[in-house]
Design a protein around this ligand. Structure first.
Ligand code: NAD
Length: 368
């Protein structure tokens, strides 16, 4: 019987991107060997490397390949070399461009603190307990980042009459579809969902709340709550274990996901997924291109490796294979292996401090 084929596009990008994507590809290929799948992996350019080689941060050829694929795995883009280009292009423009081209409107960011890595969280042990597992679902294509922009005719910070505005506008359609993503995620987890808004002040949030009140009736198996965003920011450091799934708007999600990632410890451990209406999704670590450690075998590849189980679950429907990768990572951590960013000299065995390549090989070896 022919093996089932999956087409995956990789966008290693810049800085440590190629170092870490290489490790995730090793893991995908090993899963293919063990479980009998044919993963066709095509590498494309995006970000600074595409500016250098193709003249723009997101070549059409990359968009076409991504649209024709089952899923896209991204490393990271950016670096000081491309910060002030005369034509205004930036590696990060490629990132916004690919999300737009693939019509991805939901960003899923798990904030997981593994019990073995409690020391990487800035919170006290009694708050963290035996670890954290929160999923923040952020709306990605609406709100003030994309709303109407306006300013007075002359943009002049010296003129007190000068003004600028960004419109926070959401439709029922946009709110409903992101809430649905959140509820469906909660159903696959601990059946708890908190809708975060600022309905005491913002009209747009009042609409969020009203739609939430209606939509939640369709999910009687999910325990719901709502919270003002300022309270949520506080609760994330005070009592983060009360949360399972948080669903919120673009700007609130942008801020809360960064806070949740810090609470969860090292950014080298955290994966993310961006999803649209179909199964095609973009998977990436939450960190940047870390130019300071690029090519030095120092980067933690686990955030990128942990993007693969998300890809398997949300885009490819490979549930047990996803569990196998999660378990392999857990086994490697349990065996005491650490990259520099998660290594603690007082707690960890110095002989088990490993580099990017070794960490990738250890996960591959632990796969069953
Ligand atoms: P960064 O996340 O790249 O690095 C912050 C710090 O964390 C650095 O000290 C870095 O060495 C460390 N770090 C990051 N990932 C690590 C890993 N996997 N293992 C070990 N240590 C790790 O953030 P930054 O320095 O603010 O940004 C660097 C570049 O990345 C900038 O050009 C920025 O625009 C870009 N960026 C890209 C993305 C993306 O591609 N999604 C996201 C954020 C930043």
């Amino acid at each position: 019987m022919a093996k089932k084929t999956f087409n995956i596009v990789t966008l290693p990008g810049d800085g440590i991107g190629p170092d870490i994507v290489k490790q995730a590809v090793k893991v995908i290929n090993r899963i293919g060997e063990i479980y009998g799948y044919d993963f066709k992996i095509t590498e494309k350019r995006m970000g600074g490397i595409a500016i250098d080689m193709d003249g723009c941060s997101l070549p059409q050829d990359t968009i076409d390949a991504a649209l024709a694929s089952d899923a896209v795995l991204l490393g990271a883009v950016g670096g000081p070399k491309w910060d002030n280009l005369p034509n205004g292009d930036r590696p990060e423009k490629g990132l916004l461009g690919i999300r737009g081209a693939l019509k991805l409107y939901a960003n899923l960011r798990p904030a997981v603190l593994y019990p073995q890595l409690q020391h990487t969280s800035p919170l006290k042990a009694e708050i963290i307990g035996d670890g954290l597992d929160i999923l923040v679902v952020r709306e990605l294509t609406g709100g003030m980042y994309f709303g109407e922009k306006a300013n007075s005719p002359k943009f002049n910070p010296e003129n007190k009459d000068c003004w600028a505005s960004d419109l926070e506008k959401y439709s029922v359609f946009e709110i409903e579809r992101i809430l649905k993503t959140g509820f469906e995620a909660a159903q696959k987890r601990n059946h708890k969902l908190c809708c975060v808004h600022k309905a005491n002040v913002l009209e747009s949030s009042r609409l969020w709340r009203a739609v939430f009140d209606r939509v939640k009736k369709n999910y009687p198996d999910v325990e719901t709550s709502e919270m003002y965003v300022d309270n949520c920011a506080m609760q994330l450091v005070r009592n983060p274990r009360q949360f399972d799934v948080i669903v919120t708007s673009n700007i609130f999600g942008d801020i809360l996901t960064d806070e949740a990632s810090q609470v969860a410890g090292s950014i080298g451990m955290l994966a993310s997924a961006s999803l649209g209406a179909g199964t095609l999704g973009l998977y990436e670590p939450i960190h940047g291109s870390a130019p300071d450690i690029a090519g030095k075998n120092l980067a933690n590849p686990l955030a990128t490796i942990l993007s693969v189980p998300m890809m398997f679950r949300y885009s490819l429907g490979l549930m047990k294979e996803a569990d196998a990768i999660d378990k392999a990572v857990m086994d490697v951590l349990n065996a005491g292996y650490r990259t520099g960013d998660i290594f603690n000299k007082d707690l960890d065995d110095a002989s088990k401090k490993v580099g990017t390549e070794e960490m990738g090989d250890l996960v591959v070896k632990a796969l069953k």
